[in-house]
Design a protein around this ligand. Sequence first.
Ligand code: ZN
Length: 132
Amino acid sequence: MSVMLDKLAAQESKRLLGDDELAERAERLSAQYFGGRARPKSVRWVTNQNTRWGSCTPSEGSIRLSHRLQGMPEYVVDYVLLHELAHLLVPGHGPRFWRLLEAYPRTERARGYLEGVVAAERLPHVPGARGE
Ligand SMILES: [Zn+2]
C-alpha cells in the first residue's frame, strides 16, 4: 500500500506528460490559438535533441520536443509546442510566423525563461552556490 502511494506521489511531483497527453495538449493549443488549423500527425518527446527545444517536419506533420523541457513550467512547454505547431502553418521565422505567436500571451516570457536556462548553463560553476 505504501509502495503504491509512494509511486503516486512520485508521479505527481514529476507531473510529466506522456506522448498521448502531449498530442492532446497540441490539439487544444491549436484550437485555442490557431483556429485548429495546425494538425500534427504525431507529437512526441525525444531524448536525442540537446541543442534544440523542439523541432518540426512539416512534410510529415511531426513535432518533437526535447525531454529537457520536462519539469519546466507549463507555459514554457506550451510555448515550444505552439512554436512548432506554427511551423506547420508558416516555415521559417519571418514576420508572419511571429504574428501567429503573438496570439499566445506568454511568448516573450517563455522565450526569456529559455534564454535564461541557456545562459545559466554557460556560466562557470560557482563553488558553494548550490550548497556543494
Ligand atoms: Zn522555429
